[in-house]
Structure formats: structure tokens, C-alpha cells
Ligand binder design. Structure first.
Ligand SMILES: Nc1nc2c(ncn2[C@@H]2O[C@H](COP(=O)(O)OP(=O)(O)OP(=O)(O)O)[C@@H](O)[C@H]2O)c(=O)[nH]1
Ligand SMILES: [Mg+2]
Length: 365
């Protein structure tokens, strides 16, 4: 098996110290995501592609590649049959186990609705669980149009159910909103837009664990947060200029791809501040506490990154949320702005009644 893995044209990965993070892309969509991550120069994680389809494996970049189900599928894919994807992963269970050896945090990335991602994904989740690896599944659901009058909906539902049983967290991103909002985009471009959303979430989490900061969020914090029961939310916001910390927080909480998030009662909150951070900007942690209530444990990290210039980036991970969150890709700038305003208003009304000059009231109209 090792020889076969080495035959592929592999991209050099960066040496990292600290927790071992892997992103395993499974099936065609998973391999595309890994390829896009390599191309984007994502650092701090090992990027591994897994597929039954040899052509897809060969044509995409990755740090490591594993062809599964060679005997069963002859390298031709699983023909949209999850049972074939499942057997293919079982055929190479040992190679997958070896690849996951020593991993602390695993992301399983896949598009659901085909055979490999939907069938092999849950097997990989099962292996990770048996090895007690902290695992997050980040999955893309197909366009509704694709699911109509086809088996895809059943495949997607079953795969989601299996994954949810086995991993610590599942983040679902829907392809559908892309086509709603970018009707004139080429299909491959629309796919990439959804991939970008997924990658930004994964990258935000990798950054929390892997970037050495002035003040660190450590792996145990992530471990506790991601192992918490209930829903998890990841948000990323960037802003510059006046009140940039508040603006970045508002955009992280009100990500156009996610919609409104209610944090009241959440159990754990981790926030990473990235940029040339000024001490007083950290006070937005107190603002956040007003949203979550007193019971949440809130921890923050600071990573000095002067390359962001005037901008600041905030990555926020919240867990123990009881309310359902659906992540959808909305690629519409007007909508984005309106939602941002909506959240700002909501914050003012709910949480700033007794504060003299509410920060969000200083937002330009
Ligand atoms: N966003 C996005 N979605 C994709 C991409 N590729 C495929 N998809 C979606 O993911 C679903 C599953 O497709 P694949 O990942 O190609 O399927 P597979 O897991 O390789 O399954 P088989 O080819 O049947 O073995 C499709 O129905 C698409 O909706 C991609 O690069 N980006
Ligand atoms: Mg495929």
C-alpha cells in the first residue's frame, strides 16, 4: 500500500509542532476541497485526499493520497452507491488507521449525495472514534435541483445521520444558496464558492489551535469546546477602521452564510483575535458575555499578525447551543449588509439598554 501512496505526485507539507491536525477530504468533492486548501496555502494541518476514483485523486493536489477500494472499484469510483464507498473504505481500513495514527484533531470533508463521500466518510468517522480522535465533519449538501426525483436526498440524510452518531460535530454547508444567488455563475465556480466557505471555517479552527499567539487558546480548550453536546457555531469576521473589533465581532456572529445566531445559554466560547490588536479591543469579550449569559466559559487568544494592516480578524467558536443552526451559502452583498444591521439592532435592543453609549449605535447607517 505504501508504494501505491508514494506513486502519487504529492505536495510538500509544512512541518508543525503542537497538536497534529488533519483534514481528510473524501470523494470527489472532498478531493476538490483538499486541492483548494493546498492551493490557498493553508498551513498548520496535513491535507489528505481519499477516493475510490483514481483519476480524481491523480488530478488533485494533496499532502497525502489514499486510494480506497482498489479491488472492489478498480479505481473507477463508487457509481453513486454509498454501500460501495463503505466497502471500499473497509477494504483499506488498515491504511486509513495508519494515516490517522497520532492525529489530535480531524476534519472529514465531503460532499454528500455520491457514493464515496457518503459511504466512506462514516467509516472514517468510525475509525477516528475508535481511536478517540476529536473529529469534526464538514459536509456539503447537493443542490436541491440535484436531489429532486433522485436517490440523493436519501443518501444525504443517511450519511448525515451516520456521521452525526460518530463525530463530535457536524457542520453542514448547503450548495443550494449559491445557485440561488449566483445564477449566472458557472457550476464549477459556484462549487468553489461553497468550498471557500467550508475552507474558511476549517482554517479558522486550525488557526486557533496551530497559530502561536501572544496569548494562546490551547488544544485542551478546543477539545472541551468541541466535545460539548449541542450545536456548535463557527464564525469569522474581519473589519478595519473605527470600532473594528465590534464590527468584526458583529460580522463573525452574523456571517451571511449562517444567518442570525442566538448565543444565549451557550456553554463554551473561544475567540481568537488576529492582527495588530490593541488591549482595549479585547473588551468586546465583555460584550459577548452579555449575549451568552454568565454561565458560559469564555476564553480568548491573541495572535499578532501585522500583515493584516489596519484590519482585525476575529474567529469565534461557540458550543453547547441548543438551538438548531443551519449554515447556508448566501453570496449576496445587500443581504449581507441588511443582516449585519439587523444583528446590530438586535444587540442594541437586547443587551445595551443600560449602557451609556452602546457600541453598535455608533455604526454608520
Ligand atoms: N461545493 C462543492 N460541491 C461539490 C463538489 N464536487 C461535488 N460536489 C457536490 O457533492 C456531491 C457528491 O459528489 P462527489 O463528491 O463527486 O461524489 P463522490 O463522493 O465522489 O461519490 P462517487 O463519485 O459516486 O464515488 C455532488 O452531488 C455535488 O452536489 C465541489 O467541488 N464543491
Ligand atoms: Mg466521485
Amino acid at each position: 500500500m505504501q508504494d501505491e501512496i508514494l506513486k502519487f505526485d504529492l505536495v510538500e507539507k509544512e512541518e508543525v509542532c503542537g497538536p497534529v491536525i488533519k483534514v481528510m477530504g473524501v470523494g470527489g468533492c472532498g478531493c476538490n476541497i483538499i486541492h483548494d486548501m493546498v492551493e490557498a496555502g493553508i498551513a498548520g494541518a496535513e491535507l489528505v485526499s481519499v477516493n475510490t476514483d483514481l483519476k480524481s485523486l491523480n488530478s488533485r493536489m494533496a499532502h497525502e493520497k489514499i486510494q480506497i477500494g482498489k479491488k472492489l472499484t478498480k479505481g473507477l469510483g463508487s457509481g453513486s452507491k454509498p454501500e460501495v464507498g463503505e466497502k471500499a473504505a473497509e477494504e483499506d481500513r488498515e491504511a486509513l488507521e495508519q494515516q490517522l495514527e497520532g492525529t489530535d484533531l480531524l476534519f472529514i470533508a465531503a460532499g454528500l449525495g455520491g457514493g464515496t463521500g457518503s459511504g466512506a466518510g462514516p467509516v472514517i468517522a468510525d475509525i477516528a472514534r475508535s481511536m478517540n480522535i476529536l473529529t469534526v465533519a464538514v459536509v456539503i449538501t447537493p443542490f436541491k435541483r440535484e436531489m429532486e426525483k433522485s436517490q440523493k436526498k436519501i443518501i444525504v440524510d443517511e450519511a448525515l445521520k451516520k456521521l452525526t452518531e460518530k463525530v463530535n460535530n457536524v457542520i453542514v454547508i448547503s450548495n443550494d444558496k449559491v445557485i440561488e444567488n449566483c445564477e449566472n455563475m458557472r457550476c464549477s465556480e459556484a462549487y468553489r464558492e461553497a468550498n471557500k466557505v467550508l475552507i474558511s471555517f476549517v482554517n479558522g479552527l486550525i488557526g486557533m489551535v496551530a497559530k502561536i499567539g501572544v496569548q494562546n487558546i490551547d488544544f485542551e480548550d478546543i477539545n472541551t469546546t468541541l466535545r460539548e453536546r449541542g450545536k456548535t457555531f463557527i464564525g469569522i469576521g474581519r473589519a478595519g477602521g473605527t470600532d473594528r473589533a465590534q464590527k468584526a465581532l458583529a460580522s463573525a456572529l452574523n456571517n451571511p452564510f449562517i444567518g442570525e445566531v442566538k448565543l444565549a445559554g451557550a456553554k463554551h466560547v473561544l475567540i481568537n483575535f488576529i492582527g495588530d490588536i490593541i488591549t482595549k479591543e479585547l473588551s468586546i469579550v465583555d460584550e459577548l458575555r452579555k449575549l451568552t449569559g454568565d454561565k458560559a466559559s469564555i476564553k480568548y487568544g491573541v495572535v499578532e499578525d501585522l500583515s493584516l494592516g489596519d484590519e482585525i480578524e476575529i474567529v469565534i467558536l461557540v458550543s453547547g447551543i441548543t438551538e438548531a443552526i443551519e449554515i447556508e451559502v448566501v453570496n449576496n452583498a445587500i443581504d449581507r449588509f441588511q443582516k449585519m444591521e439587523l444583528l446590530a439592532k438586535q444587540l442594541v435592543e437586547r443587551d445595551y439598554e443600560n449602557v451609556d453609549i452602546p457600541t453598535f449605535e455608533r455604526y454608520p447607517n
